[in-house]
Ligand binder design. Structure first.
Ligand code: ADP
Ligand code: 5GP
Length: 188
């Protein structure tokens, strides 16, 4: 059986990665072919998020223990919290010929590319920083301080776009989701 591919969706906080990958997974076209890797994180759960579906929510001690035991394919500290991609689940899926979707930050994307140079990398950005700010405020998930940190990091992360196979500007959501589906279709 052909080995599956890794598809990475990365980009600054507030660019729309979560919204877009959820739309992608809802599409019948990718059913059973594209599986989202569930990351682990130490950050607090947002309203509506479910453990094991959106993230594996771990305490710091649990996360650090898993780093030690080699549980992660990659892990990074993002905005003061830890985030990581579980290794075994991804490897098992790839071996079974499934394609694995990673929705991770740009540092993690670099690490995954180092290990899997053939991974397909898609960068998502919002039309402007003002729009990122507006969306993060509307999402209402961060404190003022966290919001400022996310915006500062977003500016820096935008410079990474040139390393990606595809760059999508998430202005009109429907249009962007359509483009994303077309890219993924062409790759798997
Ligand atoms: P990320 O996962 O990259 O941090 P989200 O998918 O959580 O971003 O999107 C941030 C906020 O912006 C969410 O409240 C989402 O509903 C909203 N959003 C996403 N895409 C668009 C868009 N094209 N137009 C307007 N709002 C959007
Ligand atoms: P959020 O707290 O908004 O869900 O995510 C914050 C950032 O962490 C986002 O850029 C998100 O893509 C990233 N992220 C989520 N899971 C992982 C992961 O497993 N590894 C890395 N490196 N980043 C992740």
């Amino acid at each position: 059986m052909r080995k599956g591919k890794i598809i990475i969706i990365a980009g600054p906080s507030g660019s729309g990665k979560t919204t877009l990958h959820q739309r992608l997974l809802l599409s019948g076209r990718f059913k059973r072919k594209l599986i989202k890797s569930i990351s682990a994180t130490t950050r607090v759960r947002r309203r509506g998020e479910r453990d094991g579906r959106d993230y594996l929510f771990l305490s710091r001690a649990q996360f650090l223990q898993r780093i030690k035991s080699g549980f992660f394919l990659e892990w990074k500290k993002v905005f003061n919290d830890f985030y990581g991609t579980p290794k075994k689940a991804a490897e098992k899926l790839l071996k079974a010929g499934k394609n694995v979707l990673l929705c991770i930050d740009v540092q993690g994307a670099r690490e995954v590319t180092r290990q899997y140079p053939e991974a397909v990398k898609i960068f998502i950005k919002a039309p402007s920083m003002a729009e990122v700010k507006r969306r993060l405020i509307a999402r209402g998930s961060e404190t003022k301080k966290d919001l400022a940190r996310r915006l500062a990091v977003a500016r820096r992360e935008l410079r990474e776009a040139k390393r990606y196979d595809y760059v999508l500007v998430n202005d009109n959501l429907t249009e962007c989701a359509k483009k994303l589906k077309a890219i993924v279709s062409s790759q798997i």
